[in-house]
Design a binder for this molecule. Structure first.
Ligand SMILES: Cc1cc2nc3c(=O)[nH]c(=O)nc-3n(C[C@H](O)[C@H](O)[C@H](O)COP(=O)(O)O)c2cc1C
Length: 486
């Protein structure tokens, strides 16, 4: 195998931004008590928001995944917005009413099987003419494990070795068909070229599969790979495998640090400095004037963190009922129940660190003179006011992100469904276009083209040609995707 160009070792900012919309489903940031709040499950909500995003030339429409309703003190979490249709089913329906926008399904590697998931994602990719993506997550709570026959909860380190074997296997399945496998002429003797669809065998620690893949390549070769997960293992995994990181670092300084870290990891993985794009999760609160935007933010926050939500938030860390405490009073003086706050119950839980955290928070709230509600509102605020402001203010700030190359775009979580993108598309997008940092048309017809990603290098490159692709027993590292070339 040979590459015509060597991967770039210096990161070069593109000066451009892309937008995605993250329709979250279950979450605590979507305002459901406003008069304009719509359904989280009606197809009309999905259609409305996806078509608005497409009107605004958004690159991607994202769906999150949570395979079980969140729990709170052993009960379903009644304060969360609840409603999350299966991502691939919803995206398949959206494929029929959209033309250009990418369709990103968050799917975990812990409870799926690679041959099955690769097939379903290929199906979405073919149905949408090359617009599918997979947001790879590992899922970090024990409730989800309880949904499955296998049950249990994988340790953090195991989740990523498992994910790596999973993604390697999926890539091989997608790469098992040659590009010109299918006859293009009715006069051909065969429907598919002999040997063009190969068998994939993998026999490793996590999986043993023997697959004859059922589908040919899509218009974008194979689904685009996003990754969400922030630990060092998660970042290295993304640097080896992903096209785009759905990050948790929207603030400029933090985003720049994250970019530097990812570039280093990507180079260490033998890929180019620009090969992995970064799109942080973010919330935009916009209005015509700065003053109106601040008032709007205060209103949104009051609905996101009402008195009950504030108490419930602390209960996650205290592992006990705190309903007797006044949301407008000081933080609880009783200690957390450590056994009830294990991190196996989700990222909000801190286990043995709960007591230390409670002491720290009590001291902080006291020093700043904050009530429970004010403290929780400050703690859960998605960063400072970077994305709160007038359309022109926020457009200026975003132009700075484009100039520095801190991110390649943002994955916006609308706080209102289904009209939460209207002001962004109607007012912010034109401001960004005027500043020359946002597309004025879709670059192509596939998600890969629209994100400016190079064609992927075959994951079986370097293998002996022949009818079967296989991994060595127990090995997943010998087949890491080679650097993409421009
Ligand atoms: C921005 C972001 C979005 C995520 N979205 C999901 C999701 O929709 N579903 C899910 O099960 N996990 C989601 N995760 C969780 C990760 O897949 C992972 O399990 C978790 O972050 C723990 O791994 P880590 O220690 O590497 O961060 C998300 C993580 C991040 C940072």
């Amino acid at each position: 195998m040979s590459h015509s160009t060597r991967p770039a070792t210096e990161f070069t900012p593109s000066g451009q931004l892309q937008l995605g919309v993250f329709f979250q489903g279950v979450n605590s940031g979507t305002v459901w008590k406003a008069a304009e709040s719509g359904s989280q499950t009606d197809f009309e909500s999905f259609r409305r928001i996806a078509q608005t995003a497409e009107r605004g030339l958004f690159a991607a429409f994202f769906l999150g995944e949570g395979l079980r309703l969140r729990e709170h003190l052993g009960r379903p979490h009644a304060l969360d917005v609840a409603g999350r249709p299966d991502a691939q089913t919803a995206l398949a329906a959206l494929a029929a009413v959209t033309t250009n926008i990418g369709l990103v399904a968050t799917q975990n590697t812990t409870y799926n099987d690679p041959a099955d998931l690769a097939h379903r994602l290929s199906t979405l990719d073919l149905l949408s003419s090359g617009r599918a993506a997979w947001n790879i997550v590992t899922t970090d709570n024990a409730w989800t494990g309880a949904n499955f026959r296998r049950g249990g909860y994988l340790d953090h380190a195991d989740r990523y070795t498992h994910a790596e074997a999973f993604v390697e296997t999926a890539k091989r399945i997608w790469d098992a068909w040659d590009e010109d496998a299918i006859a293009t002429s009715a006069s051909s003797a065969r429907w598919s070229a002999e040997g063009a669809a190969r068998r994939v065998r993998h026999n490793g620690r996590h999986y043993t599969v023997d697959v004859v893949p059922r589908l040919p390549r899509s218009a974008q070769y194979r689904p685009v790979l996003f990754q969400a997960g922030d630990s060092p293992e998660g970042r290295d995994f993304a640097a080896r495998q992903a096209d785009v990181i759905f990050s948790a670092h929207p603030q400029l300084d933090d985003a720049l640090d994250f970019r530097r870290d990812i570039v280093e990891r990507t180079l260490r993985a033998g890929r180019g400095a620009n090969d992995v794009k970064i799109m942080p999760a973010s919330e935009f609160i916009l209005a015509a004037t700065p003053q109106e935007a601040l008032e709007k933010k205060a209103w949104v926050r009051s609905l996101q963190i009402g008195p009950q939500q504030a108490i419930a938030y602390l209960e996650q860390f205290w592992g006990r009922e705190l309903q007797g405490y006044d949301p407008d009073g000081p933080l609880p003086d009783i200690d957390p129940v450590v056994e009830e706050t294990s991190e196996t119950r989700g990222s909000g839980f801190h286990g043995a660190k709960a007591r230390q955290l409670a002491d720290q928070w009590r001291a902080e709230a006291k020093e700043k003179g904050l009530s429970i509600r004010q403290f929780v509102s400050a703690k859960t605020s998605r960063g400072d006011s970077t994305f709160t402001g007038s359309y022109t203010e926020v457009a200026d700030r975003l132009a700075e992100y484009a100039r520095t190359g801190a991110v390649d775009g943002f994955n916006i979580s609308p706080w209102l469904i289904p009209t939460g993108l209207d002001d962004i598309v109607n007012h912010l997008v034109p401001e960004l276009q005027e500043r020359g940092v946002y597309p004025t048309q879709y670059a192509g017809s596939t998600l890969r083209e629209n994100l400016g990603l190079a064609a992927p290098v075959r994951a079986d490159a370097g293998n002996e040609p022949g009818p079967v692709t296989s991994l060595d027993k127990g090995s997943v590292t010998g087949s890491v995707t080679s650097p993409a070339t421009a």
